[in-house]
Ligand binder design. Structure first.
Ligand code: RB5
Length: 141
C-alpha cells in the first residue's frame, strides 16, 4: 500500500484532521506534513512539502485548502507531480486509472466530510492502468 503524505492550509485543516484517522484505519501509513493548527498560513508551502515527499518516497499525496484550486495549481508546478482536484468518487478513480495522478486535491469549503472520505479512499484504492494512458502522460510537456 502506498504511503500517504497529507497537508493543508488553515482552510483545509479540519478536513485534514478528520481524514487522517479514517485513512489510517483503512490500512494506509499516513504522514501529516502540517500545518498543526488552524492559524492562517500559505497553501503553497504545504503543497511543496507534500509534493517533495511524494516524489522522494514514491507515495501518494493529499492536499486540502478551501477550494482545492490553489493547492492543485501549486502542486502541478512541481515537476513529476500530477495533481487532480476531485469533487466526486468517479473523478478520483479515473484520475488514478487514466492520469496516474499522484496527488489528490480537495476543498474543505466545497466537499463535505463524508464525500471527501469516499473520494480519498477511491483515489488511494485505484491503480494506474498504464498502456495507452502512459503514452498520453508521456506527451505532457
Ligand atoms: C484561503 O482563504 C483560501 O484562499 C485557500 O484555502 C484556497 O482555497 C486557495 O485556493
Amino acid at each position: 500500500m502506498a504511503k500517504v503524505f497529507i497537508g493543508s492550509d488553515h482552510a483545509g485543516y479540519s478536513l485534514k484532521a478528520y481524514l487522517i484517522p479514517l485513512i489510517s484505519q483503512a490500512g494506509y501509513e499516513v504522514v501529516d506534513l502540517g500545518p498543526e493548527s488552524e492559524q492562517s498560513c500559505d497553501y503553497p508551502v504545504f503543497a511543496n512539502k507534500v509534493c517533495e515527499a511524494v516524489l522522494a518516497e514514491k507515495g501518494l499525496g493529499l492536499l486540502i485548502c478551501g477550494t482545492g484550486v490553489g493547492m492543485s495549481m501549486a502542486a502541478n508546478k512541481v515537476a513529476g507531480i500530477r495533481a487532480a482536484l476531485c469533487t466526486n468518487e468517479y473523478m478520483a478513480r479515473m484520475t488514478r486509472a487514466h492520469n496516474d495522478a499522484n496527488v489528490l486535491c480537495m476543498g474543505e469549503r466545497v466537499t463535505g466530510p463524508g464525500v471527501a472520505e469516499a473520494i480519498a479512499l477511491a483515489f488511494l484504492g485505484t491503480e494506474f492502468e498504464g498502456g495507452r494512458h502512459q503514452r498520453r502522460i508521456d506527451l505532457f510537456s
